[in-house]
Design a protein around this ligand. Structure first.
Ligand code: AMP
Length: 398
């Protein structure tokens, strides 16, 4: 990675402000249902503690819309961190202000403080300079480990770097960037990209960027229908973005010109409607009945895609093959999850829905790397810069 990391700076006795992504799912009683995001930042936090830093942790949680809201308090995160770190984690009721200043002044090396939700202040998402300065006043060193928000130029991910002497990446940030950016730049071949999810428009940047780098592109999910329609075929009431049909056609042509293999589904599980109890059947891609909706790839497609994946040495997967949240349409996605997990390859899964899918399929342990960031991982795969990353010090500055 071409950015400085936490290992490149002196932390001893310093106030080290770590921007983490503790945006974990909570149930209706405020209990954390999956603490994966907290655990993934532990290497950075533990390293800072071991180096004798005064560790100040900050994050957002949910969408409190710029106002304090008990529902989005980081109090449950403080409790969980206490357990995970086996340490008396302090917690302040705000992320800036006199109480915070006072608490930070009283910190000793090895102490850990968690600040309340950054997004209780509207200034956070507006990248307000005064707010960024107030956060920066708490820090000698800024560490960004919040990969999941690195695609946003907010006060705590971007503005703060202008007012702190040293801004570096944490271990999670480094790992994410190494897997997503460097693997794409220097893949072991064959390199296969599997793309799914609802819409072509959401993934177009990724296809455009990867089409020059991959050996095969496999497209499933709702986005496949715009491609099938672009061949002049009918897709019933399946999800189609009319305005993307021409783009889909252009992509098919340009991928073929480059000698990249392009795979589309050859059969589907279709339903009479989106209702949970609706009648379903399996049909070839040429025979989707009028008025029916394609909601999963069919068994022949699963076999085709599985074979296409088998010889891969590098696989990137982003987006489910169908509406996998409903049992009736989850088979295709889970089968592809198993095929990816079984491949003798470096396997990288993009965040969000695909992360959920590999966990539900029970194969998450067999995936080389699962990204913690949905939007941020897409942006890296699109070959774009992440503001929260580009604001950090370049490695050559050390
Ligand atoms: P994305 O966020 O673009 O990766 O899209 C993920 C969503 O796409 C999931 O919630 C899936 O239910 C949905 N999806 C996948 N395949 C289909 C399909 N054939 N029709 C409608 N929605 C789909």
């Amino acid at each position: 990675m071409d950015k400085m990391t936490i290992e490149n700076v002196e932390l001893k006795g310093k106030r080290v402000f770590i921007r983490a992504d503790f945006n974990v799912p909570l149930d209706e009683n405020g209990n954390i249902t999956d603490d994966g995001r907290i655990r993934s930042t532990l290497p950075t936090i533990n390293y800072a503690i071991d180096e004798g830093a005064k560790v100040i942790l900050a994050s957002h949680l949910g969408r409190p819309k710029g106002k304090p809201n008990a529902k989005y308090s980081l109090a449950p995160i403080a409790k969980r961190l206490n357990r995970l770190l086996n340490n008396g984690v302090k917690f302040t009721k705000d992320c800036i202000g006199p109480e915070v200043q006072h608490t930070v002044q009283g910190m000793r090396p090895g102490d850990v403080l968690l600040l309340e939700n950054l997004r209780f202040h509207a200034e956070e998402e507006k990248n307000d300079e005064g707010f960024a300065k107030a956060l920066a006043s708490l820090a000698d060193v800024f560490v960004n480990d919040a990969f999941g928000t690195a695609h946003r130029a907010h006060a705590s991910t971007y503005g703060i770097t202008k007012h702190v002497k040293q801004s570096v990446a944490g271990f999670l940030m480094k790992k994410e960037v190494t897997y997503l950016q460097e693997t794409v730049a220097n893949p072991v071949r064959p390199f296969v990209a599997i793309l799914g999810g609802a819409k072509v428009s959401g993934k177009i940047g990724v296809i455009e960027n990867l089409k020059d780098k991959v050996d095969k592109v496999i497209v499933g999910g709702g986005m496949a229908f715009s491609f099938i329609k672009s061949r002049g075929e009918e897709v019933g009431n399946s999800l189609v973005e009319e305005e993307m049909i021409e783009t889909a056609h252009r992509i098919r042509m340009s991928v073929r010109e480059r000698g990249v293999k392009f795979y589309l589904p050859i059969d589907f599980v279709v339903a009479e409607s989106m209702d949970p109890g609706a009648e379903t059947k399996i049909v070839t891609s040429q025979e989707i009945p009028k008025g029916w909706v394609g909601l999963d790839i069919g068994p022949a497609t699963t076999r085709l895609f599985t074979e296409a994946i088998q010889d891969a040495k590098t696989i990137i997967w982003n987006g489910p093959m169908g509406m996998f949240e409903m049992d009736a349409y989850s088979r295709g996605t889970f089968a592809i999850a198993r095929a990816v997990a079984d491949a003798y390859a470096l396997t990288i899964v993009g965040g969000g829905d695909t992360d959920v899918a590999v966990h539900r399929a029970g194969v998450s342990d067999s995936i080389s790397f699962i990204s913690t960031g949905g939007g941020a991982s897409l942006q890296l795969l699109e070959g774009k810069e992440l503001p929260g990353l580009s604001a950090l010090m370049d490695a050559k500055e050390s």
